[in-house]
Design a protein around this ligand. Structure first.
Ligand code: 1CP
Length: 373
């Protein structure tokens, strides 16, 4: 049975009830600095960190002991608790749901594990037209543990928004074709040219499962969502535009315009690493906010994207081990560089390195909150 998906968030959703709709995070994601008649935001400058939940936290390592990564993601109690840990510890302005980009594969019945110290590894790579045709259908009922974890999490978070996420079709398909992490993603990049039909079928499958994964998180209570195209930087402009962008657009179309009855919609963020040269293309996929990695100065990102585009980023994780004065100067520079954009949410330019001292992250949050918006 096919039903037309609704674009209406449920009545008890934190965006609909107003719990998170005026949060500092959402105001910046909406580009409130330029909205007509908007007062200078009285609230603090919002910050969260990609991979804020994870191995940098001792409480995470303790809880995860003896449970595999994907089993932890699918245990609603654990996923919820791990999502909340960095919010309690660092006082960040958003939680990011503890899960992984390969969870939709696992929920569809594709054999996949996350091997410690390696990353996602599939039982069998997906390389031929027959492999793609044999990919299972993902049933929405499989999202039950995700929905449950999110409901528990948002009940605890109150007015702090939860961000949902998914992997973009290229990044997800890269793991599927290679069967494991790779450096240059030659497998998926070759498939685009040697067998474009199979590539398109695979990327369309990935777009569908990732789009529905984000949608399930938003419907269950997430107030924003981020599409991670971590490996899109390995593509040239022409290949990105022709073979990837349409699929990322399709993934985002599952969640664009999801809103409450008063029209308050859930903002979408699009992020990739090494994407400086395709940043303008990334923006056209349909997200509201562009996440910038650590390689590009935010003022240059604004020049490329226009001042109306809200930005997220881009403290270089390499500074997290530097002397505090060096790190502080860098954070202040990032804030200044982002001041020309309609909105700016502070984040790292990629994920928290596992060896990061969590006390440093807490201090960075305090610094950011101490600087007048
Ligand atoms: O050993 C462990 O504790 C597992 C490490 C780990 C964690 C904590 C993995 C394996 N995934 C995650 C959680 C995760 N993955 C989150 C949680 C929320 C948070 O940010 O705090 C998110 C958003 C992801 C998304 C993800 N998974 C991405 C996109 C973001 C990025 O960092 O670029 C990617 C590329 C993955 C694949 C993946 N999963 C895990 C690893 C180590 C990897 C990368 C492997 C590689 O290098 O290719």
């Amino acid at each position: 049975m096919t039903t037309t998906p609704t674009s209406q968030l449920p009545a008890d959703h934190p965006l609909t009830s107003g719990l998170t709709s005026e949060s500092a995070l959402l105001n910046q994601y909406r580009g409130s600095r330029t909205s007509a008649g908007a007062p200078a935001s009285p609230e603090r400058r919002p910050v969260w960190f990609m991979r804020q939940a994870g191995r940098s936290l001792p409480e995470y390592r303790e809880l995860r002991e003896g449970t595999s990564m994907l089993d932890s993601c699918l245990n609603p109690d654990m996923a919820s608790e791990i999502t909340l840990q960095p919010v309690r510890r660092h006082d960040v302005d958003a939680a990011i749901f503890f899960s992984d980009i390969v969870i939709p594969l696992r929920l569809a019945g594709v054999g996949v594990e996350i091997k410690p110290g390696v990353g996602p590894v599939l039982d069998a790579p997906v390389r031929t037209a027959a492999d793609v045709a044999a990919l299972p259908e993902l049933d929405d009922a499989a999202f039950a543990p995700i929905t449950e974890a999110i409901q528990r999490t948002t009940a605890e978070l109150g007015s702090t928004p939860l961000i949902g996420f998914a992997g973009a079709p290229f990044t997800l398909a890269a793991y599927m074709v290679e069967g494991r992490p790779s450096r240059d993603h030659l497998g998926p990049r070759a498939m685009m040219h040697t067998d474009p039909q199979t590539w398109n079928a695979l990327a369309a499958w990935a777009a569908d499962v990732s789009g529905r994964f984000m949608r399930a998180q938003l419907m269950a209570g997430a107030s924003a969502a981020q599409l991670f195209d971590s490996w899109a930087g390995s593509l040239g402009r022409a290949d990105y535009q022709r073979h990837v962008l349409p699929h990322s657009t399709a993934a985002l179309s599952h969640v664009s315009g999801l809103s409450g009855p008063d029209g308050v919609s859930a903002p979408l963020v699009h992020f990739g690493t090494g994407t400086s040269e395709i940043l303008d293309l990334l923006k056209t996929a349909g997200a509201d906010v562009v996440g910038v990695d650590y390689r590009l100065n935010l003022s240059e990102a604004t020049r490329r994207l226009g001042p109306e585009t809200p930005l997220q980023g881009n403290i270089d994780p390499a500074f997290l081990t530097a002397d505090w004065s060096v790190l502080e100067a860098h954070v202040r520079e990032v804030i200044a560089a982002g001041s020309g954009a309609a909105g700016h949410v502070l984040n790292l330019g990629h994920g928290v390195p596992p060896e990061t001292d969590p006390a440093v992250l807490t201090r960075v949050v305090e610094l950011i909150h101490s600087i007048d918006p």
